[in-house]
Ligand binder design. Sequence first.
Ligand code: ADP
Ligand code: MG
Length: 420
Amino acid sequence: MTFKSLGLIEALLKAVRLQGYETPSPIQQKAIPPILEGLDVLASAQTGTGKTAGFTLPMLQILSKNSVLHRRPLRALVLTPTRELADQVYNNVKHYSKFLDLRSAVIFGGVNQNPQIKHLRNGVDILVATPGRLIDLENQGHLSLSKVEIFVLDEADRMLDMGFKRDIDKIRSLIPSKRQNLMFSATFSREIKSLAQTILQRPTVVEATPENTTVEAIAQQIYRVAKEKKTNLLIKLIQDGNWKQVLVFTRTKHGANKLCKKLESARIFAMAIHGNKSQSARTRALSGFKNHEVRVLVATDIAARGLDIPLLPHVVNYELPNIPEDYVHRIGRTGRAGANGVALSLVCAEETSYLASIEKLTKQRFKKEIIDGFEPDPNASTLPPKQGGGRHQRRGGVRPTNKRSGFASGASRSSYNRRR
Ligand code: ADP
Ligand code: MG
């Protein structure tokens, strides 16, 4: 299977080669042909399996075939839930359209709108946007969606989790009803299916389930520990193991900041990535982590989900998530078949019920270990911690995605990421 056999034009094949891709990933193989035919497509595949190229490549091909060069009305709209994702998709669009005469732009909130408006004024064919800023600029008359031919909802499950349903409805009312619709998601929940029903017309449904790798490829270790000893245990594990690149999850933004400070004072270079950080701080943290300048990236679930973080040797749950599906997503950041990925969870008394939910969801019983000097506190309450942070509890529906990356062995995603 090659990109060429999927029917892509030479300008795109060239761009793909430049990215170093050798073979299309399973979801790309399945999604690209029906999109090229102009059909509505609902696609789902695990995070990190190349969904972005799965919709971007055929979208660019369609746009380049019937180009409207003189006025450049906005013809393709890609919605993503977060700024980082918008930026990532935009970068993909730019890379893949390198040899085509198409213009693109990205808009998201949290930064000055004026440069974005200026960019739009020149005319763009493709706009990548987060919902809030898009609606804002549309309201102010800085953009029109009346000529949109292709509408893409990327990371649709995240969009729902983050409460964007109403914004999506609003945006839908601003674009022509006759259009091609694409929806991409990491999971296939009931909510996703019902959203699809309102947006897509007789969609082709494609799903890629990566083979031969299960959650067993990831060593999962559970350490029972007293709450106030977690930080020192983490420091010990990082130092004794000489870990060079660790992704650490905390439940709250505040917890992420606090942990970063403590790691810093132990001379472990750490940065946090979460919703309260400025756009530039988040970008800096992520790129520093990718090129091994930042040793520990501390993240909250929302901030990390969907981000193009390479597969890692170590993922640590400093705190267990209160939503068991998040555990599966978190540990999916480590372990490839054959490589020794380790997912470590530090569990204190009050997280006992979270651990039980995770065991139930993933249908496994963990061996719980205790490290000398970091024993759990036998008197601590086992009541779950109070919920702060204002995060919506998801209503089930997310399948445990205990499968690994769906790339053919020739073009491993992690080796690709390392080369970058
Ligand atoms: P998803 O949206 O499914 O989470 P992305 O589109 O962010 O995944 O892709 C994950 C990574 O895989 C990116 O670094 C991307 O450049 C890379 N990638 C995409 N397609 C291929 C391919 N066919 N071969 C190798 N790497 C690929
Ligand atoms: Mg994606």
